[in-house]
Design a protein around this ligand. Structure first.
Ligand code: BDR
Ligand code: CA
Length: 300
């Protein structure tokens, strides 16, 4: 299984990348997108995370804004410049291609690429528009995004990644048969640092900061028992099949309404439409914790 990670690091993106690499997944490259922070920052963070983990992989910088809407970032959750912890200033650089071009190239090269999309879906939407044949070369697309029965975390109706670029998400939904991994399950993807023996070193402290990235007031606001490592739930499904998924007819609200960015699932089949996507409905929390704990222990 060849995997491309499209991300906007982000503390939970950082742990997702750690999990993918330390679990031995065949990551063929990473692409970056504006999301938790402007794309220059998420790219810098991606390169720095790879050096922190001691991996040398191609990184392509992607979209600096959503297809249509104004950009919105989340440094108030993830920290200044979009990430917490002490990271090296990266010495590596991005490849020359844009993220969208890189996705198309890698998909055509591998023929059955898995894409783990951990930020707004702008890059993937652009890739689909430059190569409408792209779905033929993709095995599956897993997306951290949406809030179905769970309330939204960016607006009352919408989760941050889908709210950031609903038009791109809708484009991906129309042609890539994605699997959405919504807040309903990722809000349970929590690993408390007390369950780990993290050394009192800069490295251990950085990982502790990633695991506890939600500021106290946000954690209380959402009534979370710890900091959900949303994006790592997608990767843990690839390494350890931690999710239960079901086929569903999904829609994304793109109108300029209070529900813009909402993910709507036809749970009872009342729309009488065929399923167009998959939806994660449950997570094995113990397996998730074991997978992430094991990967962190490997990297220490
Ligand atoms: C998603 O939004 C970002 O802040 C996180 O990295 C995650 O991808 C959770 O809503
Ligand atoms: Ca993310």
């Amino acid at each position: 299984m060849s995997i491309l990670i499209d991300a906007d690091p982000g503390c939970d993106d950082a742990l997702a990348i750690l999990l993918a690499l330390e679990s031995g997944l065949d990551v063929v490259g990473l692409t970056t997108v504006a999301g938790n922070a402007p794309v220059e920052d998420t790219t810098h963070n991606t390169l720095a995370i790879l050096e922190f983990l001691d991996y040398d992989l191609p990184v392509a910088q992607g979209a600096d804004r959503p297809l249509i809407k104004r950009q919105d970032t989340a440094e108030f959750i993830h920290g200044e410049n979009g990430i917490r912890g002490e990271l090296p200033d990266p010495s590596s650089r991005t490849v020359d291609e844009s993220a969208a071009e890189f996705i198309v190239e890698r998909a055509r090269e591998h023929g059955d690429l898995t894409i783990a999309a951990l930020g707004p879906l702008t890059n993937l939407a652009l890739a689909l528009s430059i190569d409408p044949q792209l779905p033929k070369f993709i095995d599956r697309v897993l997306v951290m995004g949406g809030a179905v029965a769970h309330a939204g975390n960016r607006t009352p109706a919408a989760e941050a990644n889908l709210h950031a670029d609903p038009d791109a998400a809708s484009r991906v939904l129309q042609s890539a048969d994605p699997t959405f991994v919504p807040l309903d399950v990722t809000s349970q993807a929590i690993l408390r640092p007390q369950r780990l023996e993290l050394p009192a070193t800069a490295r251990g402290e950085t990982i502790r900061e990633w695991l506890t990235y939600y500021p106290e007031d946000s954690r209380k606001q959402f009534d979370y028992a710890g900091s959900p490592i949303h994006d790592a739930a997608v990767i843990a499904h690839l390494t350890d099949s931690v999710l239960t998924t079901e086929r569903s007819y999904l829609q994304i609200e793109t109108d300029d309404s209070p529900s813009r960015g909402a993910l709507v699932s036809d749970e009872f089949g009342v729309a009488s439409e065929p399923a167009n996507a998959s939806l994660a409905t449950d997570i094995d929390e113990q397996r998730f914790r074991d997978a992430l704990r094991g990967a962190i222990e490997t990297t220490l």
